[in-house]
Design a protein around this ligand. Structure first.
Ligand code: B12
Length: 158
């Protein structure tokens, strides 16, 4: 149900349409449990989730973002190539005027040598990511970022 108004005691509970978040891996990465975890986490935050799965070609990421116009794109990578894949993908997405304002974040185990250096993180941010969540950070920082987006959570009006 996308929109619902129902009498509830003296007040009215309004459920605005839930916004969609795309969760995805990138072309080189075949790991999947990271995506299942993110799907559950983002769902808990009040969004509808479209999980594109593993080894997603850049073309598909682009077309899904253009057609669905999500509230956010969450990229995950754990195979160590996330820094490389992420730079390529974000440059492609940000080259499209329609996707310049789309919140896009990346997280996981992004480099082959443990945590990314400050310089590598800065490269990702400069290329267009709104946030980078290295494995060490945990879910707290991501939750706080997601809370800044307009979500589809239930609002109670008197
Ligand atoms: C299972 C597994 C596989 C399976 C995957 C099966 C499947 N269907 O998923 C198989 C055997 C296919 C595999 C293959 C490979 N793997 Co593997 N794999 C693992 C393993 C053992 C568990 C991963 C897992 O499922 N974890 C459970 C999920 C829930 O957690 P997670 O992935 O760690 O993600 C967490 C965080 O990273 C974070 N997170 C992830 N993404 C994001 C995004 C955001 C926005 C946020 C906020 C957080 C976040 O949240 C998650 C929960 O805490 C890990 C080692 C380990 N113990 O973690 C290695 C590991 C991920 N694999 C590794 C490697 C190197 C490979 C291979 C390259 C090996 C090879 N030489 O072929 C290939 C890569 C294949 C490819 N093309 O990507 C390395 C990566 C090292 C690195 N990053 O530097 C690891 C860490 C093993 C190691 N210690 O070396 N692998």
């Amino acid at each position: 149900m996308t929109e619902e108004l129902r009498a509830y005691g003296a007040g009215i509970v309004t459920e605005p349409p839930r916004r969609t978040v795309i969760v995805s891996s990138m072309a080189s990465d075949s790991h999947t449990w990271n995506l299942v975890y993110l799907e559950l986490l983002v769902g808990e935050l009040g969004f509808d989730v479209v999980n594109l799965g593993a080894c997603v070609p850049d073309e598909l990421l682009e077309s899904e973002c253009l057609s669905r116009r999500p509230a956010m794109l969450v990229l995950s990578s754990v195979n160590g190539h996330g820094h490389q894949d992420g730079l390529r993908v974000i440059r492609r997405l940000r080259a499209l005027p329609e996707l310049r304002g789309l919140p896009v974040v990346i997280g996981g185990k992004l480099g082959v040598g443990g945590a990314l250096t400050a310089e590598e993180t800065a490269q990702l941010l400069l290329a267009g990511f709104d946030a980078v969540f290295d494995d060490q950070q945990g879910a707290g920082a991501f939750r706080r970022f997601a809370a800044t987006l307009p979500a589809g959570v239930t609002q109670v009006e008197a």
